[in-house]
Design a binder for this molecule. Sequence first.
Ligand code: NDP
Length: 441
Amino acid sequence: MHELMTSRLSGFHKLPMSERVAKLQRMMRLSTEEASQLEGTDGLPPETANQMIENAVGVFHLPLGMGLNMTVNGKDYIVPMAVEEPSVVAAVSFAAKIVREAGGFTADSDDALMIGQVQVTRYGEPEAAKAKLLAHKEQILALANSFHPAMQKRGGGAKDIEVRILPAPEGPRGEPLLVLHLVIDTQEAMGANLINTMAEGVAPMVEELTGGKVYLRILSNLADRRLARSTCRIPLELLADFDMPGEAIAEGIAQASRFAVADPYRAATHNKGVMNGIDSMAIATGQDWRAIEAGAHAYACRDGRYQPLSTWMLEEGHLVGRIELPLALGTVGGPVKIHPGVQAAMKILRVGSARELAMVMASVGLAQNLAALRALGSVGIQKGHMALHARCVAVTAGARGDWVEKVANLLVLHGHVKVEKAKEILESLRPEEFAAATGTG
Ligand code: NDP
């Protein structure tokens, strides 16, 4: 049994880093190796890095933090997040705490249906070529599945085909595009490699059936059959803050949501906030965050206008938030089983499937968005953000150890969070203090 199955770890942020790790180690029964993976003292081995990518020269590090207070469908999650930006982890934990008091997030996600695309050209008459492909659906699916028989045994594999005829980008004189979609259930995998194998594998049959020439054979990152959704419903009184009543804060959040629906300039920044949480979690859990980003923004534009991925409305005395986006995630494949840090992160997260991972990730995106809009729609984000940013400024100026916090506090007190000011503060110290503060003693 785990020591304590809660994501509500009061005072966690005040603990020294080593004690945070020790607490997680006890709670999640991490091995010494897994704990040192979290701390970064025992990272990705260079020889593994060398097998993962080309021209490897080493390993790049990012801070790893834990998003707390998440409750999704009644289960608590501690969320590993790898990110360089201050305030992301604090913000998600703060918003998740409010939602937790309101009963937590309610989320669901689709089966792992992905699309492999096969582009056909010089096929003659479009409708005749389309009909030929559709008439041979079972043969095409059988051929696709023959390249990954194990997927079918797991209950996945190629399930369906679709044929699309798209207008030529050059206008009526150009050949319309004929695109075959293989709809593939990738189960616990993100799926890119297996989809590409199947798409390439069926190409000769597609050429034979249509008499055409196939060019591209690759997955689509617009994974719109593999959506994840999350909602939360917050009584207004839980939102009261900054000496403002909950109604006023909620109104600011709803207004921010309207702004994002009406204006792509705002929607882009709104979605950036959502992706702050999603990308951080994706990196820590070994997901292909470029694929997630591509899918999210293409989905945001699905109706021809760029839209926010999440919305907030006032409904019967509650603030109701909703998010929906494609999340093509894997609990197998890619770096998931290769990267020891990812394995430690997955152990902390305790998700049993890629679908569960998607539900938590969508909820993290919604929590991140709530935190940003709550501040933006009331007092603004700079005050909170600058307090955290001040620590980076202090480090840049040369502060080390306990002095990072001290210098950061002075910067905020002066209302002047700049490297020059931090240097000035350090240089005003007595020589022995300066040596201690900058680690040069
Ligand atoms: P992998 O090929 O690494 O692994 C997936 C394999 O895991 C499956 O084919 C399957 O092989 C095996 N597996 C074991 N258990 C299961 C299970 N329960 N469910 C499903 N599969 C299982 O990864 P993906 O195919 O998922 O590809 C993801 C990688 O592709 C990512 O690293 C991504 O960066 C990269 N990529 C992304 C692209 C894009 O997004 N545009 C393009 C190209 C690559 P078996 O059936 O043989 O056991």
